[in-house]
Ligand binder design. Structure first.
Ligand SMILES: Nc1nc2c(ncn2[C@@H]2O[C@H](COP(=O)(O)OP(=O)(O)O)[C@@H](O)[C@H]2O)c(=O)[nH]1
Ligand SMILES: [Mg+2]
Length: 389
């Protein structure tokens, strides 16, 4: 390994090499990686180290799966109920529990002291008929994964979320909070508002390595293949679609990664320093996140939050019009891009099998009562009346 490392980094490397258990190897290797200066000259070395980290994590994951099948898996991860699941993430005292309480009406302990919330609490948020499960979570602090016995469960819960809400306390430095949250989630294998790396990888039974578009990666063929060998991939075709770096390739091979969508709710807008901190938050994070200012205490900004949250779930609410002319109170909540055919199937297969036409009113209709076929794509807020033979 490179000799240009600081004495601390060299020590960290030794500690990693001496680690015995997989858990320990992961902790020590993460520490070592964090100590290697990141620049052009170390880029490939860091990519290779990350590649080993991916390998250890997948070993750990395999073991956890086996443990789980023995009934030793996480015990408090809440299963999804309703149309979508949203988790509140933040450092201690940022106001998650108060926000949760004021959005859902559910009871959650609110405290002036840290760690009032010890396990996930579920509540229901009614977004104009869509039933959204909101989850209040224990607070995140630096190195939580290794220092809290519930760290892994917490990350399992966050990974399952359809949307992560970062609750930031505007009475304190927002950069510090976001850095902790993003770093902990990153180490917990969660990527927020990131796209999947632009590669296509296929395992093949034989034939060795086939690389397509390797000119888009600034590394030699040998270096690329080495990274795949680390993950026990010998026969494969790898297509690189856009320019990437070796570290992106490592990310792409990490099956443990979860790609989640996140927004920021900037809380405590009623406090003294909130204006300045809000400006700072916007300056640093508005490219990566939508940011909504609120005060959970004064219940300000909460009314629009429901609507805004819903927009990030990529769902649509479709109401059916019954034969008696009444519009269903409860909408059908379905993925964006759903067609009249999808709705027909949900109402009754008879409507799909013997479909004649549908009349629609709402955002996707050119005019009220427009007649459309099965392939018409619906929009949020549409009312659909289906006619069958
Ligand atoms: N001034 C102000 N205080 C708040 C606001 N939201 C929460 N708090 C207070 O911050 C403290 C921590 O709140 P809590 O919801 O328990 O935070 P959690 O640890 O993130 O769940 C409590 O004393 C709350 O009353 C807010 O919008 N404005
Ligand atoms: Mg709490």
């Amino acid at each position: 390994m490179s000799t240009n490392l600081s004495p601390e980094a060299k020590l960290a490397e030794e500690e990693y090499q001496e680690a015995k258990t997989i858990e320990d190897k992961i902790i020590k290797l993460e520490k070592f990686i964090s100590m290697v200066p990141k620049h052009k000259a170390t880029e490939k070395m860091v990519a290779r180290l990350r590649s080993s980290l991916v390998k250890h994590k997948s070993e750990l994951d395999d073991r956890r799966k086996r443990m789980k099948s023995l009934g030793k898996g996480p015990s408090w991860v809440l299963a999804k109920e309703g149309d979508a699941q949203i988790s509140l993430v933040g450092v201690a005292n940022s106001g998650k529990s108060l926000l949760f309480r004021n959005l859902t009406g559910a009871n959650a302990k609110v405290g002036d002291y840290p760690f009032t919330t010890e396990k996930p609490e579920p509540g229901v948020l009614d977004c104009d008929g869509a039933i959204i499960q909101l989850i209040d979570l224990p607070s995140i602090f630096p190195n939580i994964r290794n220092e809290s016995k519930n760290g892994n469960m917490l990350f399992s819960q966050i990974r399952a979320a359809d949307l992560i809400i970062f609750v930031i306390d505007l009475s304190k430095d927002p950069e510090e909070q976001m850095t902790i949250l993003l770093e902990e989630l990153y180490n917990g294998s969660i990527r927020v508002n990131k796209e999947l790396p632009p590669i296509e990888l296929r395992k093949t039974g034989s034939g060795g390595a086939l690389l397509i578009g390797e000119d888009k990666l600034d590394a030699t063929r040998e270096e690329i293949i080495e990274i795949l060998h680390d993950q026990s991939l010998y026969n494969f075709s790898l297509k690189i679609l856009k320019p990437i770096q070796l570290s992106d390739l490592v990310e792409a091979l990490d099956a443990s990664l979860s790609y989640n969508v996140g927004i920021i709710v900037a809380n405590k807008g009623d406090t003294d320093n909130s204006k300045e901190n809000f400006e700072k938050l916007k300056k640093l994070y508005s490219k990566q996140f939508m940011i909504y200012p609120v005060s959970a205490l004064k219940e300000e900004g909460l009314e629009i939050l429901g609507d805004e949250i819903f927009k990030h779930l990529n769902l649509v609410r479709i109401r059916s019009k019954e034969q008696n002319g009444e519009i269903a109170k409860k909408p059908i909540v379905i993925k964006e891009g759903a067609t009249v055919g999808d709705i027909a199937k949900i109402i009754h297969t008879r409507f799909f099998d013997h479909f004649k036409q549908a009349k629609i009113t709402g955002p996707s209709a050119k005019f009220s009562g427009q007649s459309v076929g099965l392939n018409h794509i619906l929009k949020d807020g549409d009312v659909v009346e289906i006619f069958a033979e």
